[in-house]
Design a protein around this ligand. Structure first.
Ligand code: ADQ
Length: 781
């Protein structure tokens, strides 16, 4: 559905050599900084900075206003199209390759650009030190450059504080001052990605003045911590218009607790760091930096029932490390200490009822976390998927309706994300309505035209199925019903939320290559394989990573007490046995180093193959091994765990419950981790295990097959043991070989441990692949 380039009259030609643009624009006169305080004059110089800004923006770095953003976005699209981005499946690989090459070039240009800016800055500051820059009595700045006297600012407040420094958004959202402000439209617009890189802009007429040019504010604005809060302090010498603006900021901090400390800190840091930004290297994502909003029903460490929570907690941080501006949106099931109410209220219709929503926000590790609060989510902390089918459906309707509008309404660091250069990452069926709402409510009506959605399949077994009548609950135009209708042998004709999300999302990802393949089969697709095969062109497998801070034996906070210890590759031979002994002691098992300790952690359901372990228990006990199982889920399987423990008190422990601490301790203290999952889209526990020198024994499916290369005793290669069908005898056979190696071949065992621990399992790799998908979605037209 590529639209022709000709339909965008302001678009540059796809083959325009942007390096020339940069060169010519950057080689314009040196007024760049000098006129930062003279917008009118600056305007006359027409376009020096604007051009540079446009370029930076097209390179994805800057946060130009809407028109520029469109320019940048469309320019990139044009480039994408010129590279064949919309030419269909065959060309896609080439397009990607070309795109990467292009990005590298742009990156090099950016570096060049930044270097030139830095040089100019030095020059300007040397001129500054010769000239006079001080506030006049009337609160106006007068800069007397050595070579130019026409530099009085007639209205400095408009110049760089913004005409109204506390502008209410159309819908009540309050923004911190000093961000972009369009005099023409009187709307504060959210910047594109790159906000954290200090390219904030305020508009005056047709000119854009970057915050870099607002350097004088640094002379006056400081932050100090008082009573645990960040406060902006202003020396007496501060001009009145700046004082007003800063007071407003302070007011906002008090009024808008939600954005309090971290946001203001972030904002001021950005201003303060402007200078040093020049010396920093450009973002890893280079020209691809964008705004990313990951939307999920759970997110560690706030709320987690399984692997989805882990991914929602760690992928965004990895994307932020690449330079993207990243937000996570989650329901607020409980009080998440760090987050504050941003003071915005919205009403959404859910099944005919008006439901009020408020937003809480915090900023951690480079990521904005926004929690959607409503009576429908409260008090569900212990059972977030609780209630009947319709209850859950209604909650997800509310969540998705609210989440899709977060970029408009919820300021983070003072500024909303906006809908340009934005990609949503929805996860599993719970948020599969988001791509549908994005299309039906907005894009079908010419809104959010530059917003894209990616849907990630973590587990196809849960699809949001119901009778066709459920369609009335999702509040969509009648013709949308076809997206939801699915007829399969299992459910007959039914309503299927995942199906609609998969069809509507711009790109679809699943969490391993193996699972991507399985999803296309009738056995693995659970009724959705037809749709997945049809949309193969937009579908890709990316293996999950792990959070190297949370799941790292060297840093693990759960290994610092009760006899446990942190350990590394160097201290593996002492640290791990110590953790094993501590675990045995904590669980009341005989403390014996020579007895192999086998762990299992997971949701207790059919997927995880707990019943296979049950059948193998007599054999395991007969091997004089110890087994510890941690899990919650199906009541019958929970009961089974308790029963195992009662029957084999010397060897088996069944811990029914959800304990993050125990999960970490079992991962560190066990010798072997057992994962006989019937299907496993990716699996995180085997990754954690390998990072801790714990050897996995797994059923070779999905992500388990992708990540656990079988041990080869002849080559001394591989990472663990696999078995090829969900069968107790196969499990026993693999586990038998594992135990033999553990007991008889110590060197091989250590090799397995070390290979596991030295892999790069971090999210950084996966985040790069996600970025490719986000870029592909962005160029999807
Ligand atoms: N009782 C308990 N106490 C404490 N912690 C517990 C626990 N039970 C499970 N956990 C933790 O929950 C997470 C489970 O992650 P998994 O990836 O193994 O499975 P899950 O099936 O939930 O995730 C789905 O999504 C993820 C993410 O994409 C895929 O890897 C996976 O294959 C797919 O099924 C791990 O962090 C584990 O430690």
């Amino acid at each position: 559905m590529a639209s022709s380039i000709g339909s965008f009259p302001f678009l540059v030609e796809p083959n325009t050599d942007t390096s020339v643009l940069v060169q010519t624009r950057i080689n314009r006169p040196l007024r760049f900084q000098l006129f930062a305080y003279q917008p009118k004059k600056y305007a006359e110089l027409s376009g020096l900075h604007r051009s540079a800004s446009q370029h930076s923006e097209s390179a994805g770095l800057n946060c130009g206003r809407r028109r520029d953003l469109l320019w940048g976005t469309k320019h990139l699209r044009a480039v994408g199209k010129s590279m064949g981005a919309s030419e269909g499946n065959d060309g896609e690989e080439d397009v990607l390759q070309t795109s990467i090459e292009k990005s590298k070039k742009v990156l090099a240009m950016q570096r060049d650009l930044l270097q030139q800016i830095a040089e100019r800055r030095k020059l300007v500051s040397s001129i500054n030190s010769e000239g006079v820059l001080e506030p006049e009595g009337n609160g106006k700045f007068s800069y007397e450059p050595t070579d130019n006297s026409q530099s009085n600012v007639s209205n400095p407040q408009e110049a760089f504080v913004g005409r109204d420094s506390n502008v209410e958004s159309q819908n009540g959202g309050i923004f911190l001052s000093s961000y972009r402000h369009s005099n023409e439209e009187d709307i504060l617009e959210a910047p594109a990605a790159g906000i954290n890189r200090g390219f904030h802009e305020v508009e005056e007429g047709n000119d854009i003045i970057s915050s870099r040019e607002k350097a004088p504010t640094k002379l006056y604005i400081k932050e100090q911590v008082k009573d645990g809060r960040y406060e902006t302090v202003t020396p007496d010498t501060l001009p009145s218009y700046l004082t007003n603006s800063i007071e407003t900021s302070n007011l906002k901090v008090e009024h808008q607790d939600g954005m309090g400390k971290s946001s203001l800190q972030k904002t001021t840091d950005e201003v303060d760091n402007v200078e040093s930004e020049d010396e920093k290297s450009p973002p890893l994502a280079g020209a691809n930096v964008m705004n990313v909003i990951l939307v999920a029903a759970e997110c560690a460490p706030f709320v987690k029932t399984g692997g989805l929570g882990d991914v929602a907690g760690s992928l965004p941080k990895a994307l932020a490390r690449r330079g993207h501006r990243v937000m996570v949106v989650v329901p607020r099931y409980g009080n998440y200490g760090e987050s504050k109410d941003v003071g915005i209220r919205r009403m959404y219709k859910v099944d005919g009822q008006d439901v009020e929503v408020t937003y809480f926000q915090t900023y951690i590790d480079g990521v904005d976390f926004v929690f959607i609060d409503s009576h429908m989510f409260r008090h569900l902390e212990q059972n977030i998927y609780g209630g009947n089918r319709v209850d859950i459906l209604k909650r997800m309707v509310l969540f998705c309706k609210a989440a899709v509008e977060v970029p408009w309404y919820v300021p983070c660091g003072g500024v909303c994300y906006g809908d340009g250069n934005l990609v949503f990452i929805a996860n599993d069926w719970h948020t599969a309505l988001l791509p549908v709402y994005l299309k039906a409510y907005y894009r079908d009506h010419g809104l959010m035209q530059y917003t894209r959605s990616v849907l990630v399949i973590h587990n196809i077994a849960h699809q949001g199925r119901g009778p066709v009548d459920d369609f009335s609950k999702v509040d969509l135009p009648e013709h949308y019903i076809d997206l939801f209708k699915l007829d399969d042998p299992v459910g007959g004709e039914h309503f299927n939320i995942f199906a609609a999300g998969l069809k509507t999302a711009d790109r679809v990802v699943t969490v391993s290559h193996g699972y991507a393949w399985e999803l296309k089969t009738s056995e693995g697709g659970w009724g959705l394989h037809g749709i997945i095969n049809e949309m193969d062109w937009k579908f890709r497998g990316i293996v999950n990573g792990i959070d190297n801070k949370d799941w790292n034996p060297e840093l693990d906070i759960h290994l610092t007490s009760d006899g446990y210890t942190n350990y590394s590759l160097e201290t593996l031979q002492t640290g791990k046995p110590q953790c094993k002994a501590a675990l045995q002691k904590e669980l009341g098992l005989p403390v014996r180093e020579d007895v192999p300790l086998i762990g299992f952690i997971g949701r207790l359901d059919h997927q995880k193959g707990v019943d296979l372990i049950a059948e193998a228990i007599p054999w395991i006990v007969g091997q004089n091994a110890q087994l510890v199982m941690l899990g919650t889920g199906r009541p019958d399987l929970e009961q089974m765990l308790r029963q195992f423990e009662n029957q084999h008190r010397e060897n088996v422990r069944g811990w029914v419950g959800f304990s993050v601490k125990m999960a970490h301790r079992i991962t560190a203290g066990s010798d072997i981790l057992l994962m006989p999952s019937r299907f496993e889209p990716c699996g995180l526990n085997q990754l954690y295990a390998m990072n801790y020198g714990t050897v996995p024994v797994v059923h070779a499916v999905g992500g388990l097959r992708d990540t656990v290369q079988p041990f080869d005793p002849f080559q001394e290669s591989g990472l663990g043991w696999t078995f090829d069908s969900a069968d107790t005898n196969k499990l026993i056979h693999a586990l038998g070989n594992c135990l033999l190696t553990y007991r008889e071949y110590k060197k091989s065992w250590e090799g397995l441990q070390r290979r596991g621990m030295t892999q790069d399992l971090s999210w950084d790799n996966a985040a790069q692949h996600y970025e490719e998908v986000l870029v592909a979605a962005k160029f999807q037209w």
